[in-house]
Write a protein that binds this ligand. Sequence first.
Ligand code: NAD
Ligand code: A1AUG
Length: 550
Amino acid sequence: MNPAPQLAIVKLPDIVNEPMLHYAPGSTERRLLQEALQEIRSQAPYEVPIVIDGEEIKTGHIEEQRVACDHQVVLCRYHNATDPKLVTRAIDGALRAKEAWEAMPVYDRTAIMLRAADLLATKYRYKVMAATMLGQGKNAWQAEIDAAAEACDFLRFNCKFAQEVYAHQPAANTPGTWNHVEYRPLEGFVFAVSPFNFTAIAANLCGAPALMGNVVVWKPSPAATLSNYFIYEILVEAGLPAGVIQFVPGPAAEMAQQVFAHPDFAALHFTGSTHVFKGLWKTIAQNIDSYRSYPRIVGETGGKNFHLIHNSAPVRSTALQTIRAAFEYQGQKCSACSRCYVPASRWPEFKTHLLAEHAKITVGDVNDFSHFMTAVINQVAFDKIKGFIEHARSASDCEIIAGGTYDDSKGYFIQPTVIVTTNPHTKTMVEEIFGPVVTIYVYPDAEWQSTIQMINETGTYGLTGAVFANDRQAVVYATNKLRNTAGNFYINDKCTGAVVGQQSFGGARNSGTNDKAGSSNLLYRFVSPRSVKETFVPIEDFMYPHNLKD
Ligand SMILES: NC(=O)c1ccc[n+]([C@@H]2O[C@H](COP(=O)([O-])OP(=O)(O)OC[C@H]3O[C@@H](n4cnc5c(N)ncnc54)[C@H](O)[C@@H]3O)[C@@H](O)[C@H]2O)c1
Ligand SMILES: N[C@@H](CCC=O)C(=O)O
């Protein structure tokens, strides 16, 4: 196929954050979302195929995704790529689609992504939200944040960031020459592996490399299959050519082994847990001699995020922010507040506010919009979180002051749990829980500086953190001393809720490669620049002036 002509240097439409809807009683959006929930429930179980080169494939090797808050209900039955031949087919098909996709003008690739965002914001907003609510256990507001706002924002802002990348050109040209940089898609294919907890992240993991002209084999999370399939369908409706993104639910470990054995494997785009990411990195390292190029490895992983409260902080607001950060989406945001440091002088006041607000939280079915929390994702998560709670219950240095109960008879419900510890290195202060559990350590006011040092040295993660203080010296001190403790750092705000275009997202240490989702940094990881120099005037001599005779 010939490259399509490029007859204009185009200007992007203004890119702004998707306006958030509020789902207040009586609102149109609330009614439409409730109808979508009913519709999805009535259609369930959906049948989700593998899609390779635009062809729906039904292997008959079926897995189920269930409704998190009502686990007897099967939301979808999806076909799994258990046969390695299918993975080979997906890779081969993607590589065949590559030439035409990378030859497609940037304008057209961009138009597909912008169109997908508009389809999601309008025609499919409630459908994708409802699938996210039922499948991934989000209440209406959390689904709006994720499946509507953040997913649209990723799709649109990436287009803006891509323009920044393409516009980044050499600073100088010697007279008679013109230099430019071409941002080539990677030579090979990208493997995108997405987590259960954000539909938006899944859209970004496959969408960002594709926007930059790459072809992608996408393995969605089993616990997010339906919403992710709907995202895939939207991209196709928006004009994504067959083969550019291959939608391949499958056995994770086996697929990864096969993909990483392929010489054309060019990049991993992963979000998920730290131990899985490290395992994938090791396999890639072991196979390094077999690749055409050094693969790019981009992974955003776990966290152990903190709120640090100074004795000058506005206590009530800080307690409210802590409730949101610890318990929204049942603590299943990688950014969730999981450890909290409170000065002894303000602890009684903080505790009073925290417990009073905690008492207002209800946990229940996503169809009842009054609930602040719903179920955690599945039995494995439920059991793991339960284990942390029981460990705290039996530990002599911990006291559970709120919550601490759970019930998986209908859905995987865990009450928001507050632990107070006298040991700042107790298990729940150090390990990622990924559930609605926050542990508080009360520090002597005089130990503000050593507490900060301890926060910096506790655990292995570096994702998000927040300091709350009115005293500006305290803010400055904490901000400087905690520089490497969090890739996303907040001052007088909770440690969750990064917005695309406003706070690019990611952490270092064991939290990931910090390539910052929602920024041009990330897009640079999926291109391989070629510097091109053109000379306009032919030369007439190979000698340089200094070679001339006196
Ligand atoms: N830093 C971030 O931006 C960010 C964002 C969201 C989630 N997370 C992290 O993700 C985790 C929660 O998500 P999750 O439970 O879906 O994570 P997970 O690691 O269990 O799964 C993530 C993906 O990896 C796949 N996978 C699992 N085992 C694999 C293996 N052996 N080989 C190849 N692929 C494998 C899964 O099927 C899924 O698609 C938490 O640790 C959370 O902190 C991080
Ligand atoms: N970007 C989201 C977290 C994504 C991870 O789960 C936040 O900032 O809360």
